[in-house]
Design a protein around this ligand. Structure first.
Ligand SMILES: [Zn+2]
Ligand SMILES: [Zn+2]
Length: 135
């Protein structure tokens, strides 16, 4: 998401963009983005600084840290950012900021549900699907 600074009108700029997960490149072993991230941005410029209000939303596919099943999670995040401008700056690129903001919200230990019973330590059966008979 690149914004030509000279093209920001006095009344501000509203933008809407879908960012391809490939462009963000933030998949980990346990978390993948499975839809484009939708970004709504309100950009205003006051002399040497730019204020950006962003509303991010998308869907991630997570691997449960207890039972290893995959599940989807919708995420939404509203952020406000300020950038100081140099007189040489021509373009403001928000992609890295957006990337960082999404990573900040990645769960460290994703759980498919708070009551997830996980896998049997002996036979590896998914205990959410029933007792395996080991214990
Ligand atoms: Zn689980
Ligand atoms: Zn078992």
């Amino acid at each position: 998401m690149k914004i030509a600074i000279a093209h920001i009108p006095i009344e501000g700029l509203s933008l809407r963009e879908e960012i391809d997960p490939k462009e963000l490149d933030i998949d980990t072993d346990i978390i993948k983005l499975c839809s484009p991230v939708s970004v709504e941005a309100e950009i205003t410029r006051i002399t040497n600084s730019i204020t950006a209000k962003l509303a991010l939303s998308g869907v991630m596919l997570l691997c449960c840290s207890r039972c290893l099943n995959e599940f989807k999670l919708n995420f939404e995040k509203n952020i406000g950012l300020n950038f100081a401008l140099d007189k040489d700056d021509l373009v403001l690129d928000l992609l890295l900021e957006i990337r960082d903001q999404i990573i900040l919200d990645y769960p460290i230990k994703p759980l498919c549900s708070t009551g997830c019973r996980g896998l049997c330590p002996k036979c590896g059966a998914n205990l959410n699907e029933g007792e395996c008979g080991c214990c």
